[in-house]
Write a protein that binds this ligand. Structure first.
Ligand code: SAH
Ligand code: SF4
Length: 380
């Protein structure tokens, strides 16, 4: 079964319209709706004949994503969506809006999922603790962007918010490089079909070395983010189990090759957890590990550290650091010269912040077999 209309290639779209006895240009109209108009619903494709629309809608009934729930937070600047997938599982996507400031334009970033759940088992991450349910298809990844994109104009909290999507980050549920065909298939479609520049797309990985090598070889220069979270293997083994397969030295070796091949900068995500990895000594050690990463030619730092104050999730043993601890950690990294910033948390009130994507998915997905959380949710 086709998971999403976005899983059909141009040849398959042509076959589809030919089967319906329609002329070939209808396939181009269909592709225009899917890509330029970002409209996944055949019934809304108003310049197609009614008979074709009905036929497509019937043929693909049950395919694609169904919006199950929408929650707004941050006074309308953050939106979380729960999409049900064919087969009953569900994933979440998050839209983060940023107003235009000074001469800079606003931004509208959608954070998308590549898997229902995640098999990597990071001990602090709600998605990881939830376990793996299934991979998404490339079309299901793209369709999240399409659906959020078409809803965006109605969701703007005020006119300073952008009216179109500007950025896509693969930072929702799942590990993108554990599902490389869907991840790269989606990234290419977002670029070629949706017209997003590669620079507007960011893929975040927990550190799968083969995935980083592939990113170095891909002809699409997306941004790469590496979730590091610790500067020594003993600590990283505890937080990120996949570190036992690709320890820090190997991970950084792959990043070094990536930088040499692409001349691109890499961001390192570091979820700061009180009393676990927020000691300034870890910060300085992290800086020393990353300082030798340089962009060939310019010699500038290739690494940028993004500190994410931990978002506590129900049942988690980890806690957020104090503001003062986060600043001390930032200063310790900065001593080494490596650029470092503290990322503002978005969507905390609606459980839409990094690593919190799980609760609703469990409820709307396989509720009978997956553990539920007992915390009441806002807006439910
Ligand atoms: N699997 C990929 C992408 C999804 S996670 C990865 O791990 O990179 C997106 C980011 O959120 C990762 O850096 C992840 O480590 C971080 N994260 C997970 N749980 C978090 C939490 N509770 N608080 C803050 N950041 C968290
Ligand atoms: Fe998976 Fe990323 Fe969560 Fe680790 S942090 S369990 S890789 S989603």
């Amino acid at each position: 079964m086709t998971a999403s209309l976005y899983d059909l290639d141009p040849g398959q779209l042509q076959e589809l319209v030919a089967e319906a006895g329609e002329p070939a240009y209808r396939a181009r109209q269909l592709a225009h709706w899917l890509d330029e108009r970002r409209q996944p619903d055949p019934r809304a494709m108003t310049n197609l004949p009614g008979s074709l629309r009905t036929r497509l809608a019937e043929r693909f009934a049950g395919a694609g994503l169904a919006l199950d729930r929408h929650q707004a937070g941050d006074h309308g600047w953050t939106h979380k969506f729960l999409f049900r997938l064919p087969g009953g599982d569900a994933v979440e996507s998050v839209l983060m809006l940023y107003p235009a400031a000074g001469s800079g334009p606003g931004r509208a970033t959608v954070c998308i999922s590549t898997q229902a759940g995640c098999a990597m088992g990071c001990t602090f991450c709600a998605t990881g603790q939830f376990g793996f349910t299934r991979h998404l298809s490339a079309g299901e990844v793209v369709e999240q962007v399409a659906r959020v994109s078409t809803m965006l104009p109605e969701l703007r909290p005020d006119p300073t918010a952008p009216d179109h999507l500007t950025n896509v980050v693969f930072m929702g549920m799942g590990e993108p490089f554990a599902n490389p065909s869907a991840t790269w298939g989606a990234a290419w479609r977002l670029h070629r079909g949706f017209g997003l520049s590669a620079r507007a797309i960011t893929i975040s990985t927990v550190g799968l070395v083969p995935g980083i090598r592939r990113a170095a070889a891909e002809a699409l220069p997306v941004n790469l983010a590496v979730s590091i979270h610790a500067a020594d293997d003993a600590l990283r083994d505890r937080l990120v189990p996949v570190n036992r397969t690709w320890p820090i030295a190997e991970l950084l070796g792959a990043v070094r090759e990536y930088v040499a091949a692409t001349r691109r900068r890499v961001s390192f995500e570091y979820a700061l957890m009180a009393g676990v990895n927020d000691d300034p000594a870890q910060g300085e050690r992290l800086g020393r590990l990353l300082a030798p990463l340089r962009v060939p030619g310019s010699g500038g730092h290739a690494a940028h550290v993004n500190l994410i104050p931990y978002n506590p999730t129900p049942g988690s043993a980890f806690e957020a650091p104090s503001r003062a601890a986060a600043r001390r950690f930032r200063a310790a990294v900065a001593v080494t010269g490596v650029p470092v910033s503290i990322r503002a948390n978005r969507g905390v009130g609606i459980d839409a912040a990094c690593g919190q994507l799980r609760t609703s998915a469990g409820r709307a997905g396989r509720t009978a077999t997956l553990p539920l959380l007992d915390r009441p949710e806002e807006g439910s």
